[in-house]
Design a protein around this ligand. Sequence first.
Ligand code: ADE
Ligand code: ZN
Length: 349
Amino acid sequence: MTAATDAHLRRLPKVELHCHVEGAARASTIKELADKNGVTFPVDDPADLYRFSSLNQFLSIYDVVCASLQTADDFRRITYEALEDGAAAGVRYREMFFSPGFVIRLGVPVETVWDGVRAGLLDARADLDLNARMVLDFDKPTGPAHALEMAEFAASVGDRDVLVGMGADSVERGVDHLAFKTAFEHAGRQGLRRTIHAGEDGPVDNIAVAVRELGCERIDHGTCLLDDAALTAELAERQIPLTVCPTSNVTIAHIVPDIASHPFARQRAAGVLVTVNSDDPGMMAFDIADEYVAVARAYGYSLEDMEAISLAGIDASWAPADEKAALRTRFLSEFDGLRAELGCAPRAG
Ligand code: ADE
Ligand code: ZN
């Protein structure tokens, strides 16, 4: 068993599957875009807004932040910068959410959002040492008609290499998840992969509905999964991944007081395919490299554990099989190179 230093974990190659474009935006960029678009904040620096004591409060701040995003170029910029920041934290592959629901209600067309997000992604692919794909998240509290409209828009995009899937976010409480069946079925028929935020601030039944009724192939958060032993066994057996965001669950949704109390390690020990993710790194000022360090320290994980968690991200991703194989080869070679450079024992086997 090898101990992992913070510097080593920061440089470890990573996959990230749960990260929101809007929540990853730099506070300084949001401030510049707000000034450009004539949007006034209640504070001078949006970073001062980023204090939340509940998911509801977080989402109302998200609304204020999204009001600064008005043109395709605004979305291009935040998407590109989010990927730049991801690359600096060791991300080699990311599937990233964008949530048009917040700006649609302010009058920005979904086409404008997509044009910008797509351009930012393609520029990042050209310039940075990483690949990424996008997942369109609909806003659950806005209801099933919005969900279907987003599924139809996502299907119309056609280019599955860029827009790979559909997801859903915002609060769960008081939201009937079964009502999204039509939207998810439409997305599935059109070849979009499916995921959903479930079991974050809502009950474990939402996870059951997602995997048994909605055809979801991944669960975002899944924090309360262990409340249902049979469902936990089912997810482990079907290897349905959870995109876990431990720090977000502490600082945004306040589900657990600290990472040591988070069920991540117990979910992993139960055989569930768990991955580590940052959720909203801009708004939390905490990126996936910080998250790797926090997880390793909270559970006493070795470098071997953290390398295995990094590889689990490849398994859980929606990259094509040949890209997954290439990522795995690259990651193993980077693991070896980092161990040699930082004076650690070679990997076993
Ligand atoms: N949108 C951005 N972050 C979110 C979270 N943690 N839960 C639900 N919706 C979100
Ligand atoms: Zn999220």
